[in-house]
Design a protein around this ligand. Sequence first.
Ligand code: TMP
Length: 220
Amino acid sequence: MGESPFNVTTLKGKFIVFDGPDGSGKSTQIARFVQWCRNEGLNVKEVREPGGTSIGEQIRDILLATKNTEMTLPCEMLLYMASRAQLMEQEVIPALANGDIVVADRFVSATLVYQGYAGGLPVRWIEQVGEVALQEKWPDLTVIFDVDCESASKRLNPLLDRMEMKGDSFHQKVREGFLKLAENEPEKYAVIDSTASIEAVEGAVHTLVQERFCHPITSK
Ligand code: TMP
């Protein structure tokens, strides 16, 4: 188990989301963060959206299939939320009740940005449906991995899914939307520059989490 000058037990029962534009490198960072938590002896529940349950993975296939070009924006938003509702009840809420740290690859922040800010649905509608899906378990912290569109597009698999195919101006709005969320609610969000090296970004994540949740252990 790794030595830590911080009291990581304060992370028990916390719900932390990693989100950001496509190609932001958040999934790499989640894998590293989860490993770090486990090395510190914490129980971690790692989930991803859309998906994370059998029903959610089926919804994910519908959402990302390139053939589904006729999908309306309200349908898209409700499908993301339906996947989330299932994930919350089946995985997230029991894990939090058990004192696990829950780390989510995307969450309601993505709906607020992709379907709200960039897509055009009223944020109020998304928040209202979010009340149903989340059952009042909003994340303790959402970390936004910020990346410019050019760097992000270089990191994407050339076989784009239905969301990734939405074009440059949509993805520029996605980036702006994430930054706006963080600006409006700094107590719930934090932004990390993810154009730096993987190791530098990982270090920034540790610093952030420790600052937000872990009190330093002081020797008497
Ligand atoms: P992923 O590539 O991180 O697995 O996410 C799948 C895509 O779904 C990605 O383009 C972002 C998008 N998305 C939304 O548009 N709304 C949402 O609520 C979520 C969770 C993801």
